[in-house]
Ligand binder design. Structure first.
Ligand SMILES: *[C@@H]1O[C@H](CO)[C@@H](O)[C@H](O)[C@H]1NC(C)=O
Ligand SMILES: *[C@@H]1O[C@H](CO)[C@@H](O)[C@H](O)[C@H]1NC(C)=O
Length: 367
């Protein structure tokens, strides 16, 4: 506690410490923070570098009124389906031919289950399927059994993939990497959001002016029943336009399910520590394993992520973490691949909001 105050005060004295990050110390560490309205909250460390990624939790950071004001600032008609870039592409016959060439890695002029799964992922972020469901679209391939199920180029190209993806979305939204609605809300349009930003400053230990200056517009999310978001990073290591060094995620209502899971953490110490410092070579395969909603801890008891940190939604609470190292002056450093996280299926409507803070400068050679 004393150490924390000293660290922060010595930084406040120096403009060059503007971006000082919060020290997680150990898991369970709590630091009291007084908000502008006199209310006290505690910032609790849920995970630190030993378990993969520093993650902090603040209960009751927003009042009920603030939660409902944020939800009202994002009226339903303004909510757009959250899309990943790929979904904008319609898989026409011509595109299908190109997709086929791309995913037929063994060049045997037919696709096996793995190659087909690669196509679904690339074309529409569809990460689960059953052959049963496919039988209406690929009758020849699905008539065969087991290993003999191969989709010929002819059958693949003559399939109406637009219709297929539409039907899959309608009947199995859980098969897609993402199922939610979103909109962006401008702070300047809503007076009540300024104190919310100041609360973000208080709990992260950053200055109010820095938070107001570097916060991306608030992203408000609505997950319908069954809504989810597979594991992902909030920013890319090589994206100089979006160095979102910090994510603060608000839960805006109480709902069962809909947990935020940090797939890059391991609270039981099952994994070697050097995994957390590893790069894309190690994290790429891990990321591909947490795409299906079945990877959520507790889903069927066999998830390889059973010891990951899970945060349950609770109205008004917030969880925040760093996506990359940042120096006191705001220079971007090492990307935290272990900041990979996702939202598990909610058992009712789930409202949430993201505030991303941007680092000031590019890292240049460091990236
Ligand atoms: C993380 O927290 C644990 C206790 O929960 C502690 O044993 C460990 O030393 C901490 N790691 C670091 C790097 O401070
Ligand atoms: C993690 O450790 C806790 C407490 O020691 C235990 O209850 C739990 O089953 C463990 N989980 C995994 C996935 O090892």
């Amino acid at each position: 506690m004393v150490r924390q105050i000293l660290l922060l005060t010595s930084c406040w004295a120096l403009a060059s410490c503007e971006y000082a990050v919060r020290d997680p110390f150990h898991i369970g560490y709590r630091v009291p923070v007084q908000l502008a309205d006199g209310q006290h909250v505690e910032v609790e460390t849920l995970s630190n570098f030993s378990t993969g990624l520093p993650v902090f939790y603040v209960q009751d950071l927003l009042s009920e009124e603030e939660c409902s004001a944020i939800r009202s600032a994002a009226p339903r008609p303004a909510m757009m389906k959250s899309l990943v870039a790929r979904e904008y592409q319609r898989v026409t016959k011509k595109r299908a031919a190109r997709h086929f060439r791309d995913v037929d890695v063994d060049r045997d002029q037919s696709l096996d289950g793995d190659e087909l799964a690669q196509f679904f992922k690339e074309a529409a972020d569809l990460v689960d399927f059953t052959w049963d469901f496919l039988s209406a679209y690929l009758p020849k391939a699905t008539a065969a059994a087991g290993d003999r199920r191969q989709v010929s180029q002819k059958e693949f190209i003559s399939t109406d993939w637009v219709k297929f993806f539409r039907a899959a979305k309608k009947h199995h939204p859980d098969w897609f990497a993402r199922h939610s609605y979103q909109t962006f809300v401008e702070y300047s349009d809503h007076a009540f959001l300024q104190p919310v930003l100041d609360k973000v400053a208080a709990v992260t230990g950053l200055s109010k002016s820095l938070v107001r200056r570097t916060a991306e517009s608030m992203q408000v999310l609505l997950y319908p029943e069954g809504g989810h978001y597979s594991c992902h990073h909030d920013t890319a290591p090589d994206n100089p336009d979006f160095p979102r060094f910090l994510t603060l995620f608000f839960f805006l209502n109480d709902v069962d399910g809909g947990e935020t899971v940090f797939f890059g953490t391991d609270l039981n110490g099952t994994y070697p520590e050097d995994r957390f410092a590893a790069g894309e070579d190690v994290w790429g395969p891990i990321e591909s394993k947490c795409q299906s909603v079945r990877s959520c801890p507790g889903f069927d008891g066999s998830s390889p992520f059973a010891s990951s940190l899970v945060v349950k939604p609770r109205a008004g609470s917030a969880v925040f973490w760093y996506n990359m190292a940042v120096t006191n002056e705001g220079h971007v450093g090492r990307f935290y691949w272990s900041s990979i996280h996702g939202g598990c299926p909610s058992k009712g409507e789930k409202w949430a909001a993201n505030i991303w803070l941007h680092a000031a400068h590019r890292a240049g050679q460091e990236l």
